[in-house]
Each structure stands twice: as C-alpha cells, then as structure tokens.
Design a binder for this molecule. Structure first.
Ligand SMILES: NC(=O)c1ccc[n+]([C@@H]2O[C@H](COP(=O)([O-])OP(=O)(O)OC[C@H]3O[C@@H](n4cnc5c(N)ncnc54)[C@H](OP(=O)(O)O)[C@@H]3O)[C@@H](O)[C@H]2O)c1
Length: 221
C-alpha cells in the first residue's frame, strides 16, 4: 500500500484517481482548496485537506508522509469560463511548488495530468498551433499548460515526475476497461479516446510500478 496525495481531487481526473487508488487499497489524501465544498470526497477512508497547488509550503504540509503525488489540477474547466482570470504562469507556479514541496518532504514520485494540445502533429507542429485541430480561443490555456510541462522538463529536481497526456476525447462517462496504450510525444491516431477511469488506471499503475521517468507520454485506449 502506498500513501498518495492528490491535488485537484475534487475534479474529474482527481475523483477517478481517488476511486482507482482506493480500489487498490492505497491510502489517499485528497487536496482541494475549500474542503467545505467537497464533503462527499471524505467517504471511503479518504482524508480531505485544504491546499493550493501553487503554494510550495502548502504542498509540503499536505504531502508529508506520502509516497507519491498526483497533479490533476486545472484552473480552467470549460470554454464558458473564459480566460480573463487565467494566470499564464499557473502551471509553471504549480510545477515549481510541487517540485519544491515534494522534494522537501521526500515524496519521490509525481504523476501529472497533461493536455493533448501540446502533443505533436504527424508533421511535427504542436496541435495547439493548428487552428483546424485546436480552437484558437483556447490557446491561452494550452500555452499555460505547455509552459508548465517545459518547467518540469528543465527542472533540476530529485522528484521522479511523469506527465500522462490524454487524447482530445477524454470521456467523463467512459467505462473503466483497465487497459490503455502508451505513446510518445505524437498525437494518438485520429479517433483515439480515453475514459477518465482508464486515465486513473494509468496514473496508479505509474505510482505502483513506475515505468516512465522525467518525461511526458500520451495515454489512450
Ligand atoms: N483531452 C485532454 O487533454 C484533457 C481534457 C480534460 C482535462 N485535461 C487535463 O486534465 C487535468 C485535470 O482536468 P479535469 O478535467 O479533472 O479538471 P476539473 O474537473 O476542472 O478539475 C480541476 C480541479 O482543479 C482544482 N483547482 C483549481 N485551481 C487549483 C489550485 N490553485 N490548487 C488546487 N486545486 C485547484 C479545482 O478545484 P477547486 O476549484 O474546487 O479548488 C478542480 O476541482 C488538467 O490538467 C486538464 O487540463 C486534459
């Protein structure tokens, strides 16, 4: 059994990863910004605590005593939200705070959830740079995500991080099959999909038996 601390625990990926980790008998700490809004997360032995993923001190406080961390945080949940409040440095700040807070407390493994927009098209360009493949109006979010990935890549850190990047079709209602494929930096074949439940399977697999280190891979069904 491992102790896993999950940031963004109240979101779609966070909840799926909690369920997968608990099903496999792991001890889970769910980190949300306002525990009062997430009373339901506390069932099934999950400890719910307050924490902001961009605050290294908060990360260290909640991560202490765990074996691995998951970053399933998103400051943007849908186009209706707009980008007026988006901090372009959000994912960079999160990467910095996580790497600092986890290293300080000896949590050696970090699994982060990525965004398909910074995978590469067969021609070599990024998906986010092709308006026919990615809506131009969502590009600021994709650019912020990409800056966070770049920060992980260039960090001088003891933390063994991994970013799992789903395909464009990431389905909240999709079933758990227990299977998935792992790709490289290239966008998966057209029509590829993945359920949040199977994304969670991949995340917990990479915590139980890490296969990829300090890199980003794509994950798809
Ligand atoms: N196809 C794709 O590539 C694809 C599709 C969807 C998502 N994703 C990625 O997958 C990851 C998870 O997405 P999701 O769909 O699970 O998002 P979600 O359902 O919108 O949940 C995101 C969670 O992040 C939390 N959060 C926001 N700011 C925070 C902060 N400063 N500190 C701590 N928690 C914070 C929010 O909680 P509160 O606001 O309640 O605090 C929310 O519960 C993200 O990186 C997202 O970009 C990729």
């Amino acid at each position: 059994m491992s102790g896993i601390v999950i940031f963004g625990a109240g979101g779609r990926a966070g909840r799926a990863i909690i369920a997968e980790a608990r099903d496999r008998g792991h001890r889970v700490t769910a980190v949300v910004r306002d525990p009062g809004r997430y009373a339901d997360l506390g069932s099934d032995g999950v400890r719910v605590v307050a924490g902001d993923v961009t605050d290294a001190r908060a990360v260290a406080e909640v991560a202490r005593g765990h074996d691995a961390a998951v970053n399933a945080v998103s400051p943007f949940s849908g186009p209706e939200q707009g980008f007026d409040d988006l901090d372009p440095e959000f994912f960079v700040k999160a990467a910095d705070a996580l790497l600092r807070g986890l290293a300080e407390t000896g949590v050696s493994r970090l699994v982060a959830i990525g965004l398909f927009a910074n995978l590469r098209m067969p021609g070599g360009g990024l998906v986010m740079d092709d308006p026919s493949a990615f809506p131009a109006e969502i590009r600021p979010f994709a650019a912020a995500h990409t800056a966070g990935l770049d920060r992980l890549r260039t960090a001088d850190t003891t933390v063994d991080w991994l970013m799992l990047t789903p395909p464009a079709q990431l389905e909240a209602e999709g079933a758990r099959t227990g299977g998935y494929r792992v790709g490289d930096e290239t966008v998966p074949p057209s029509g590829a999909r993945l359920s949040y439940a199977d994304l969670a399977v991949a995340a917990v697999d990479e915590i139980e038996a890490p296969r990829h280190h300090r890199t980003r891979v794509s994950v798809f069904a």
